[in-house]
Design a protein around this ligand. Structure first.
Ligand code: GLU
Ligand code: MG
Length: 447
């Protein structure tokens, strides 16, 4: 679709309100609604937002050292006609994602979607097409009068009971997404209390990231209509399973359509290019944690032995490793399991694809696969024997690793990486200075 097609579509769909959306560096969807009388101008010229918005943390406060402040002007969120979604559950309303442009209509260097587009073009130069799919977990909660959250249900994993309990909600999510042109592969009850998971059919990297983000808004909106809170927080409770965001990615020959990752047989699952891609992901895994799992809470999820990877390892079919090869031959792809939904998926995917491409260029060796061993339960001795290292164990370590990773920094240069780090370190300082309830329980009467 181009902008004329979009205007036609808005008229056909009888849209009265267009929500023009961008995602900040926290992955938070931000928007303004635009009335019908302004569609012509907004479709061409975009909606104005302060650049400073990108230097804000989730509590709507900003670090003093951000390059974008009150006096540093605006960017324009220019609707991308390929990311138009009519909302089935809200009258006459559509959402559209955008590219950030400068006031002179040049691509804005702080735009995460532009960074993703650029890395995808680097693959295209090598005649490689990419397909990507996101697999997102979320949990549902109620909130009582005191502000305490509790899981909505304790139905068992993958049970009919769990689907049935929220059947109307789950069906309204699936039906809404389908009406919006988002092909849901499946939605099911995951293994944690009140935890569910949806997968959307693969697409281009941009489509996959867009559709994941839109699906997230749809689940949250429809859950609210059903009186519950759908949360993608990585580890809402220490004792309950975490919510991951797994990314599936495959490489294809852009001319022949052949799967470039496949080694052609189950015994030899990966091609050389596939191995190098995985090698790149493993080499950059520490830095990728900084962008894929970018909150203090993320590291409470990435613990040994809970199917959320704590170690840097790969393997075929093994859910205990960081890079899983879930399928072989024509469906050969990688599943990268460390990230969670506190990321900005454009930033995360840009970094992940840059890591894979670096592996291809450097012919990185991924080392031996762990197909049968439970890496998640490796002792220190096992780790030494198998030469397996940990992913970063804390957010500060992950952010430092990201800062020190030249390949990832370059993919997000000149400003996204730098400002992302400022926002995240500001958030980290807030956490470090806060006195948490646990501290009072532990120390108040014992000291
Ligand atoms: N909940 C796990 C995670 O946090 C993943 C479980 C699974 O689907 O394998 O990544
Ligand atoms: Mg899952």
């Amino acid at each position: 679709m181009n902008s004329n097609d979009l205007l036609k579509r808005l008229a056909e769909d009888e849209i009265e309100y267009l929500w023009v959306v961008y995602h900040d560096y926290n992955g938070r969807a931000c928007a303004k609604t635009v009335p019908k009388s302004k569609f012509d101008s907004v479709v061409q010229s975009g909606v104005v937002f302060a650049r400073a918005n990108l230097d804000f943390a989730l509590n709507d406060h900003n670090p003093a050292d951000g390059i974008w402040q009150a006096q540093t002007g605006d960017f324009l969120a220019v609707p991308d006609p390929n990311s138009y979604y009519k909302l089935p559950y809200r009258d006459s309303t559509a959402m559209i994602l955008s590219f950030m442009m400068t006031e002179d209509y040049e691509p804005f260097e702080g735009c995460p979607r532009t960074a993703l587009k650029t890395v995808v073009e680097r693959y295209a130069e090598q005649v490689i097409d990419l397909t990507v799919a996101f697999e997102a977990e979320f949990s549902m909660f109620t909130k009582d009068a005191t502000g305490e959250y509790a899981p909505t249900n304790h139905d068992g994993m993958f049970t009919v009971a769990g689907l049935n309990r929220y059947g109307d909600l789950m069906h309204s999510i699936v039906a809404s997404l389908e009406q919006m042109g988002i092909n849901v592969e499946q939605l099911g009850k995951e293994y944690g209390p009140s935890q569910y998971e949806f997968t959307v059919k693969y697409g281009t990297p941009m489509q996959a990231a867009d559709q994941y983000l839109i699906s997230k808004e749809v689940t949250r909106a429809l859950a609210l209509q059903h009186g519950v809170i759908a949360s993608y927080m990585p580890k809402p409770f220490a004792e309950l399973p975490g919510n991951g965001l797994h990314i599936h990615a495959a490489l294809w020959n852009a001319d022949s359509g052949d799967n470039l990752m496949s080694g052609g047989s189950t015994e030899n699952p990966l091609s050389d290019m596939g191995e190098h891609f995985v090698g790149g992901l493993l080499n950059h895994a520490a830095g990728l944690a900084g962008v894929g799992a970018p909150t203090v809470n993320s590291y409470k999820r990435l613990q040994p032995g809970v199917w959320a990877p704590a170690h840097v390892a790969w393997g075929v079919g093994n859910r205990g490793v960081l890079v899983r090869i879930p399928d072989t031959n024509e469906r050969c792809r990688v599943e990268y399991r460390a990230g969670d939904s506190t990321c900005n998926p454009y930033i995360y995917l840009t970094a992940l694809l840059a890591a894979g491409l670096d592996g291809i260029h450097k012919q990185s060796d991924p080392g031996k696969p762990f197909n049968d061993l439970d890496v998640g339960h490796f002792s220190d001795a096992d780790m030494a024997e198998h030469q397996v290292r940990y992913l970063p164990r804390t957010l500060p370590d992950a952010l430092d690793a990201f800062e020190q990773d030249n390949v990832l920094q370059e993919a997000l240069a000149p400003v996204i990486a730098m400002e992302f780090l400022k926002v995240k370190r500001f958030e980290l300082d807030l956490y470090n200075l806060h006195v948490h309830p646990w501290e009072r329980q532990m120390y108040l009467e014992t000291t």
